[in-house]
Design a protein around this ligand. Structure first.
Ligand code: MRU
Length: 388
């Protein structure tokens, strides 16, 4: 089995560290996250990113924060009463939830913790026991991620192989394209869409993975490139503008992407550029597959129109960050990094949405750890009941 590459979060007891994804792939720097504010900042500034990974960091930081308070010699004031516990915990969860708006996993994690709090209090448990329940739940949110990723990757890969065979194709030597980064760095390990690609590779069915650069943050060229290289998966990078050309000239078996939020009808928010890839995939009759955990499905939202889309600061679209080339190493042996501006100084009028919504109509299958959903013949919407 392929080793899980560098993961986004490293824990030792209650100590939490994240790899600073702003410095990857040239510098691997771990940052300790020992306060709620640091977790919030790391998520907002995208030192950690990817829908499941940010939910895991929020849940783990919350658990470790409570754990540290319980271990202090003077009993924390929030244990004094149910009311005190609620008034202490809920604002922390609400604050963590505000770090980034599109990925529903973060909200799903904080809501799940709110439910644990409420259930414990309703059951008449003492406040210390409820606090321990919350710690256990926070850790469980992170823990569950890797096994469900392996499951959804297998579900998706097997479905794709059947689909290729059904159409009379060779269910091996596949070329599969992805967008953004959905691997170990975006999750607690293995990945979602990149997990599916890894599964195809592990089972000898993949010839090559193609991935877009995914500008302006370069999740593809910085992070997916790094993961595929370390997993030794044969791969090819392309600029976002080259997807149409790729589909015209190469035999692509499927496009597989992750998701930040999937509405009840299947409309899917994911990294900006996903919609372009879906339109082109439909034109070329290439199956377009979304791979995401159940926690990414938002059954409260009817369709994509209600998904909140984050717009990043305009400046981020003007800057490129990376190692100076030719490489310069500093006294510590690290490659010097720089941020350069690629636009004229003082440029105004910059469009920088971080996500787009791919309508269900353009999606062939939605895969979760529970299974694979496809649309009824002639329908433009999914019934996600079986997989969410
Ligand atoms: O802005 P990002 O890098 O957090 O966006 C990430 C994506 O769009 C991913 O495809 C999505 O979160 C799924 S990660 C398994």
């Amino acid at each position: 089995m392929t080793e899980i590459g560098l993961t986004s979060i490293r824990t030792t007891g209650d100590k939490i560290e994240i790899v600073n994804q702003l410095l990857l792939p040239h510098t691997v720097e771990f940052i300790e996250i020992d306060t709620i504010e640091k977790a919030h900042e790391a998520i907002k500034s995208m030192k950690i990113r990817g829908a499941p990974a940010i939910a895991s960091l929020a849940a783990l930081t919350f658990a470790s924060h409570l754990s540290a308070a319980l271990e202090s010699t003077t009993p924390p004031d929030f244990l004094a009463s149910s009311q005190a516990l609620q008034s202490y915990v809920q604002p922390i969860l609400d604050y963590l939830y505000t770090a980034r708006p599109t990925a529903v996993n973060l909200g799903a994690a904080t809501r799940r913790l709110t439910k644990t709090l409420q259930a414990g209090l309703d059951a008449g448990k003492d406040t210390r026991t409820v606090a321990h329940d919350l710690i256990a739940e926070g850790k469980a949110i992170d823990n569950e991620d890797v096994s469900r990723n392996r499951l959804m990757s297998k579900n998706g890969a097997e479905w794709l192989l059947e689909e290729v065979a059904k159409k009379g194709g060779q269910a091996e030597g596949l070329h599969v394209m992805t967008v953004c980064n959905t691997g170990s760095l975006a999750t607690s390990g293995y990945g979602t869409a990149l997990g599916l690609i890894t599964h195809l590779h592990e089972t000898g069915k993949l010839e090559k993975a193609y991935y877009t650069q995914s500008t302006p943050y370069h999740q593809g060229s910085r992070l997916t490139a790094f993961e595929l290289q370390s997993l030794k998966i044969p791969s090819v990078m392309l600029c976002d503008s080259m997807v149409g050309s790729l589909f015209q000239h190469h035999n692509i078996a499927a496009v597989v992407v992750g998701a930040d939020r999937i509405a009840r009808n299947g409309d899917t928010a994911n990294k900006i550029g996903t919609y372009n890839a879906a339109v082109l995939a439909a034109r070329h009759q290439i199956p377009f597959i979304v791979v995401a955990p159940v926690s990414t499905v938002d059954l409260d939202i009817e369709d994509g129109d209600s998904i909140p889309i984050e717009h990043r600061p305009p400046l981020e679209a003007c800057l490129v960050r990376g190692a100076l080339y030719p490489f310069h190493t500093n006294a510590e042996g690290l490659k010097e990094q720089a941020t350069v501006m690629v636009t004229p100084e003082g440029l105004t009028g910059i469009y920088n949405p971080s996500f787009d919504v791919t309508p269900a109509e353009l999606i062939t299958a939605i895969v979760t750890e529970k299974g694979v959903a496809v649309k009824e013949a002639g329908s433009a919407r999914f019934d996600l009941g079986q997989v969410a």
